[in-house]
Design a protein around this ligand. Structure first.
Ligand code: FAD
Length: 386
């Protein structure tokens, strides 16, 4: 991608590459290579290290603790993190809740919650989806009823990632039955330790525990739990979902995985196996196109233009590419991938490790963050509008 960067941006890349190499402890890189789901401890450790450098929330505005980088500098930084096998930091606090709170939260909420998100001391989860409300969130049934100075919450949330180790949930609940569905929703902060809140593990197809069902039975919240205005939750939730559009492309992760797969598959003569050379070439081309599209969206954002359907294109192509890479890896690894399903120790970062689990769990990337069918409808509407 060098040709897209100015000399100054290349110097920035060298600077962050050196800094990451100095900051990243070897055991965190090994953990990233050998584990599919990150533990709270691993994410918190890396978050703390980045925070000490002022880089934990690299896309936040400076006034709230971000480093003040341009969109291209953020892109370069994210690419260098992936290149170094740095663990991801929890997406919910830094990417979703932080920006919602500094955009719509009260001064007290900002003071109370932003420092813990920045430092990685506090973990968050997202309580939007329900058993009968996923793509169509406006159908959600969880209610928050006002009783004096208190909100009483009842309902069930589904697929709550990281809910089993989060400290807080950002909750979308119905506060008004009298208006059209989207108009009667509000956003709340809920402590996961609240009386009446129960977390039930859900084991996914890869055999792991990363998601949960969360039950809320007469959970009492103070007035200060409400984010922004009552009944405006839909507007805030949409903001939250649209925030960090480029993150959904997972382009840096795919690039890293693809380069590793190429190195692994190369024969002694340096060539890729003849029977899958074409697949490698197709993924290479799509990946390069995705990288360029991410840069175009970043350029739109930098110039204050709405990237429109490009954000949906990033989600569709980015998620399909992740699945194509894991399908190719499974074919190349064959039996080795299945053998590597055996439990691995922390210091075993064998390339085949966890590919089978990764491949299975990767069904999710075309489902969450807005399913690909929904994204395709958005693209079609934009294309056929004119
Ligand atoms: C592993 C995992 C982690 C998740 N983590 C979280 C989380 O942390 N917090 C959270 O709130 N949610 C989370 N989700 C939920 C996720 O956002 C929803 O699963 C997703 O929005 C789809 O909703 P649904 O499962 O109810 O499927 P549905 O909306 O019922 O969709 C079922 C199928 O119908 C299709 N479909 C639905 N409506 C349309 C339409 N109008 N046009 C065309 N096709 C349509 C969909 O594309 C899909 O293929 C997670 C999900 C998974 C699987």
């Amino acid at each position: 991608m060098d040709e897209f960067f100015t000399a100054e941006e290349r110097r920035f890349r060298d600077h962050v590459r050196t800094a990451i190499a100095e900051m990243l402890p070897a055991h965190l890189a090994v953990h990233t290579r050998s584990h599919l789901h990150m533990t709270r401890e691993i994410m918190a450790e890396w978050n703390r290290i980045l925070h000490a450098r002022g880089w934990s929330a690299h896309h936040w505005p400076e006034e709230f603790g971000g480093p003040g980088w341009t969109p291209i500098q953020r892109f370069i930084f994210e690419s260098e993190l992936a290149r170094a096998d740095a663990p991801p930091i929890s997406v919910f606090g830094i990417y979703l809740v932080g920006p919602t709170l500094y955009s719509f939260g009260s001064a007290a909420q900002k003071a109370r919650y932003l420092p813990g998100i920045l430092s990685g001391e506090d973990f968050w989860c997202q309580g939007y989806s329900e058993p009968d409300a996923g793509s169509d969130l406006a159908r959600l049934k969880t209610t928050a009823r006002k009783a004096g100075d208190t909100w009483i919450v009842n309902g069930q949330k589904a697929w709550t990632s990281e809910g089993h180790f989060a400290d807080h949930m950002i909750l979308l609940a119905r506060t008004n039955m009298e208006v059209k569905p989207q108009a009667g929703l509000s956003l709340f902060v809920v402590p996961m330790s609240a009386k009446g809140l129960t977390v039930q593990p859900v084991i996914t197809i890869d055999g792991a525990h990363s998601v949960n069902s969360v039950f809320l039975d007469d959970v009492e919240l103070g007035e200060d739990a409400l984010i922004g205005e009552v009944d405006q939750g839909w507007t805030y939730a949409k903001f939250l979902l649209n925030n960090e559009r480029t993150n959904n492309a997972q382009v840096h992760k795919s690039r890293r995985e693809f380069e590793k797969l190429k190195s692994f598959a190369r024969q002694p003569d340096g060539r890729l196996p003849a029977d899958c050379r074409e697949r490698f070439a197709m993924i290479e081309t799509e990946l390069a196109a995705l990288e360029i599209t991410v840069l175009r969206v970043l350029a739109d954002e930098a110039d204050g233009r709405d990237p429109g359907a490009k954000a949906s294109i990033l989600k569709v192509i980015g998620s399909e590419l992740q699945q194509s890479i894991s399908e190719l890896a499974m074919e190349i690894l064959g039996e080795e991938a299945v053998a590597a399903r055996l439990p691995l120790s922390n210091d075993n970062d064998d390339y085949a490790a966890h590919w089978a689990e990764k491949h299975l769990f990767r069904r999710v990337v075309t489902i969450y963050a807005g399913t690909n069918e929904i994204q395709k409808t958005i693209i079609a509407r934009t294309v056929f509008k004119g």
